[in-house]
Design a protein around this ligand. Sequence first.
Ligand code: F6R
Length: 369
Amino acid sequence: EKGGYDYFMLKEIAEQPQAVADTLLGRLGENGEIALDEVRLTDQDLRDVDKVFIVACGTAYHAGLVAKYAIEHWTRVPCEVELASEFRYRDPVLDRSTLVVAISQSGETMDTLMALRHAKEQKARVLAICNTNGSTIPRESDAVLYTHAGPEIAVASTKAFLTQLVACYLVGLHLAQVRGIKYADEVAAVVAQLQEMPGKLQEVLGTMEPVRELARSLAEAKSVLFIGRHVGYPVALEGALKLKELAYMHAEGFAAGELKHGPIALIDEGCPVVCVVPSPAGRGVLHDKIVSNIQEVRARGAQTIVIAEEGDDDVVPYADHLVRVPRTPTLLAPLVTTVPLQVLACEIAAARGHDVDQPRNLAKSVTVE
Ligand code: F6R
């Protein structure tokens, strides 16, 4: 049932192009309108939204962090992302013009469910992004967009994460359309770019052999750091989380701009630092900043593992290991840059002899606080 793979996780990593394609399928209406699955909200309700809160846990929270960049850019509505376990205990400011987006693969995560209930008590509108049909979180929400990742068996989330990203993009585009703001013009272009992602993911999967080799060489590392900027920052957090949970290794993700405010002191000779580099096209400043961050960590002895677009030559002199991903618009880049980090964590864990599908102390669905 693992379809020839050693682990469910490897199978699920390989299923990502299909999972992304399935999540996009049928979401476009006749006039290019993006449709949610269940909407017990009127368009006017969505037009009245003056603030978006995204609540989730773990990997789903990282999807939310990416979503913030897309939703604010496309809709110009302020968007905050919060760990569900923090949100529910801190008296957030919510009312009927707040849209709370709850992201959950299982649909049963207790912290996320309780955050959703708290939001509803305050009259906020709740939209669920969920992979499990009919589970509690979508049942209690005002609107639902299902991810079509199919069942995820490995405890560590992979394909569900990528489909959560896709669903977040669709929600952002739907809001932009309904609200009719100027970015609505971008919607068709972004949808076309999204349709290209399954093919790009397939390309990425075809180039993972050097990442596997690299993973074996990192199996004895004490600690691995991940840095990124903009949407690359949540990708860095996700890469670090995967490594912690699978390889039981110290791993941390940082916003690259924060390095000199403390974390750079961690870097010593040979310390692996994974650098998620944004596209040089579009947001050039961002790209140049991270290139200088890579230089900085390397000058302090780091072994740099650079994830960068094809054709980005600026990074070549500073990359001890270079992993290429296809050219992708900045906001969508997490779909491709996450994959090498999943493979890296999975292979490091396997090299260390761990049960990749069933990491110690973890459960697939966390239905207690
Ligand atoms: C990490 C992982 C967890 C889940 C988190 C939320 O690989 O799988 O961090 O993402 O427990 O679970 P759901 O999405 O089911 O609410």
